[in-house]
Structure formats: C-alpha cells, structure tokens
Ligand binder design. Structure first.
Ligand SMILES: [Mg+2]
Length: 455
C-alpha cells in the first residue's frame, strides 16, 4: 500500500469512528473512543467546570517568608493549589479573583493572558503565577494526569536540587558548613559571598562614607561608587578556597549576593574566581542594564546568570539572543508560572542557554517547579531555601518523603501538582492574626474597568 493510500484509509477510518460516535453518543460501540474516555476523570465534567472561589492562607517559616498559599475552588468540588511568590502579600492574587469567577479554569492560557497585565517584575507577578499554578493543578485533577505530562512529558525522573548554606565570617567555618551540605547528598552547591564579609577590614572596600540606607540597598550598582580593592579580593578568595577545599572541585559551585559593587569590580572578581571554577556569579548588577551585563559576561571568565526578578518572556529572550548572560535563572512564581517558564526554557534552548530555577517557597510552589523542570529540556538545577526547616515537607501530604532525597526530588505521577495540604501542620505555622482559607467576598466584584489594554 502506498503512503497516500494508507493516509486515505486512516482518514476514512477516523471519519467512520466519528460518525459512529455522533450516531451512538459517547457510549457508542467504538473501542478506541471508549479507551480515550476512560482516561478522563468522569467525576468531573470539564466543559461545565467554573471557578467559584479563591481563598488563601499565609505560612511563615524560616528563610524567605511569609508564603501565601491560594486555593481556587470550582463548582464540581475539584480545587487547585497555588503559591504567591515568597514575601509578596495575598492581595496580589486576590485582586484577580473577580476576573476569574465564573470562568472555566481549564482555559489556562486564555486566563493567564487575561490576568497577565496584573503581573510585573519580582514580587509583582506573585499573584498571576499563583493562579496559573492552581489552574494546572485543577486541570491535572480533572483529567487524572500529572502536570508535567500536559507540558509534553518528562525529560527526567528526578529533579536536581541545589542550595546554599548559612554564612560565616570565618572562612574555615564557612567551608565546614558547605561540607555538611555536601554530605546531605547535594550534587550542586551555592554560596553567598559579598563585600559584607569585608566590613571592618581596612583597605578592602572603597566607598564614600555616610551613605544612606537607601543608597546602600536600593540604588543600583553603577551609582554608588563602591569598588572592591585587591586586598578585598584576596580576602574574598579565602572564603571560596575554603569552600572548595571542603567540597572539592567535582561538583558545581554557584555564587550569589556579591554585593552592590561597580561593573569593573565585578569583572575583577570574575577573573579572581576563575581558578575556583564557579558555575556562575548571580545577579551581579540589575538585569535590565543589559549592555553592562554583557560587558561583564564577555570579560569575566566566570560565567554569569540572572533572571529571578524577570516577568516577561520577551526580556528573557533579549538576554538569551544577545548572550547578555551565560545562564538564566527564572523564578517560576515571577516568570509567568508553569507554562510560561517552560516556554522560557525552550526559547533559551534555541539560543544555547541553560536554565537553573530560583525557588524559595513551600512545597506547593516547589512542586510547580518540579513539574516544569521535568518537562523542560535545558533545565540544570532547582534551588531550595528550606533544607534546614524541619516542618517544610510536613506542610503537604500525598507525596513521597523525604521530598528532597539526597539532593533530588522525585517527579510524582499523581494528578495535578501531586500534593495535598496538611491542614494541621499549616495551621501551626500561619502568620499570626491570619485565618485558614477563610471567605474572601470583598474581592468578588471588579472594582475598576481596566481589562482593555488597547482602544
Ligand atoms: Mg539570587
């Protein structure tokens, strides 16, 4: 049989099956169609599913916190869980509630585009992304399928985790703590090391005296005339050497929080750290100074990375297309949620740029990351800021424990995000003065007409 004949035959048999379905309804005697229908959770009726409510609970934990969990309810009892970016307030999600009520939660991309204008860089996108996670959770539960499968399936069964450790002013102690981390089974480490450790050591940092708190914290690097000296660089290298002495040179070691120093100082540090084979230096200047960042990337033999505060895929594409940095690092709770971050990864792959993932929340957002990482080819490693928080993994049930096992998280095969909240444990860690998924009727009505972005 020729290919053309075969195609014709297949089309004819599909047509025949479709006609039989039309004639006999969904319960008609078509074996293939029945098999497909079996895979749908018949407890729900997807076409008639609508969003009926959005509520929240605020968890406090050591490290980046508070963390706002949201629950989106439907008219069929199926609900979805999401999480606002760490430290952002619940209002970022609640302002979206009136735009979601009555909508079908399975229209994920449509709903994301509908609410996308209410997201922005860093924590501003926290609500939009929380909603997006919850919609995927609902879709997975309705169709009885894990989220990663809806993104195209797995590239990997386990997600590599990386983490930093607590800092010490004593290089030897810093190195010892790094070794402890490695002994937990981590295969990838990060260390925070900035000019703060040089405080009080004369001749290490050049900076005008009398700088205000605002200048030191909020003024971008190029405007605060702060440079590190050779003596300062030598001292910083003692810390990196101590960590490398303790963990060896076989595992990747990334570095963050270098401090607000000038472009040339960053380049000099990048050169000084070359011998330590760092995987990257992170967010060395604000990401939107793309020309300056590119200058650093081109002149520093230590690779650069940025991305945890970026919302729009267009901005990630500029960084990748122009090779402004060597690697990107979206935080899924800022970068548009699961599908957008997956798209960011695929876009970056085309430019030869790998993607680590920044994350600092509870297991709810963690699992959104895990599904995205499982389904995204250029993924490197997922951050975790809660390895020392004993109750972190107790906040949820329905998933294999320990969640982080010898440096990896197993990708679950259960529907949706694959977790259920542990009510009692979460109630133990609620932000004082806040409730547990209490009604939010004050957010039911649209209070401003702002949906039309063009006329
Ligand atoms: Mg960072």
């Amino acid at each position: 049989m020729s290919i053309a004949e075969s195609l014709h035959l297949n089309r004819r048999s599909i047509l025949k099956s479709s006609l039989a379905l039309l004639a006999g309804g969904a319960v008609g005697p078509v074996a293939g169609a029945e098999a497909e229908i079996k895979n749908v959770n018949t407890a729900s009726s997807p076409s008639n599913l609508t969003i009926t409510d959005m509520r929240y609970a605020v968890v406090v934990k050591p490290g980046p916190s508070p963390c706002v969990l949201i629950r989106i309810d439907t008219n069929q009892g199926v609900y979805g869980l999401g999480e606002v970016r760490d430290i952002a307030g619940p209002q970022y999600a609640l302002v979206l509630k009136s735009r979601l009520l009555g909508e079908n939660p399975l229209r994920i991309d449509y709903l994301f585009q509908k609410i996308a204008q209410f997201g922005g860089n860093a924590r501003q996108a926290g609500g939009v992304c929380a909603v997006e996670m919850a919609l995927w959770d609902i879709a997975g539960k309705v169709y009885n399928i894990p989220v990663y499968q809806m993104l195209g399936g797995k590239w990997r069964d386990e997600i590599r985790v990386y983490a930093d450790t607590t800092e010490s002013m004593d290089p030897a102690e810093y190195g010892r703590r790094a070794k402890e981390r490695k002994e937990m089974g981590l295969t990838w480490m990060k260390m925070d090391l900035g000019i703060n450790v040089l405080g009080g050591i004369p001749g290490t940092v050049m900076q005008p005296s009398g700088m205000s708190k605002w200048e030191l914290r909020d003024q971008p690097n190029p405007f605060i005339a702060t440079e590190v000296t050779d003596k300062g660089i030598d001292r910083l290298c003692e810390y990196v050497a101590a960590v490398r002495d303790n963990i060896g040179y076989d595992m990747p070691l990334s570095m963050d929080h270098l401090g607000h120093i000038g472009v040339k100082s960053v380049i000099r540090l990048g050169k000084a750290y070359e011998k330590f084979n760092l995987e990257w230096i992170e967010d060395v200047i604000p990401w939107y100074y793309t020309d300056l960042l590119k200058e650093i990337t081109q002149q520093s033999p230590t690779p650069t990375l940025t991305g945890e505060d970026i919302y729009r895929i267009e901005d990630f594409e500029t960084l990748c297309r122009e090779h402004v940095v060597d690697k990107i690092h979206p935080d899924l709770a800022t970068s548009g949620g699961i599908l957008q971050t997956h798209r960011i990864g695929d876009m970056a792959f085309r430019y030869g740029v790998p993607m680590a993932m920044h994350f600092a929340g509870t297991p709810v957002s963690c699992m959104a990351n895990v599904h995205c990482a499982a389904a995204t080819r250029n993924f490197l490693a997922l951050e975790n800021h809660s390895l020392d928080v004993p109750f972190w993994q107790d906040l949820v049930t329905g998933i294999e424990k320990p969640i982080v096992n010898k440096g990896y998280i197993k990708v679950p095969d259960t529907p949706g995000l694959g977790i259920t909240l542990n009510d009692d444990e979460i109630k133990r860690h609620l932000k004082p003065g806040t409730g547990y998924f209490e009604p939010t009727p004050m957010w039911d009505e649209v209070q401003s007409w702002d949906d039309a972005l063009f006329s």
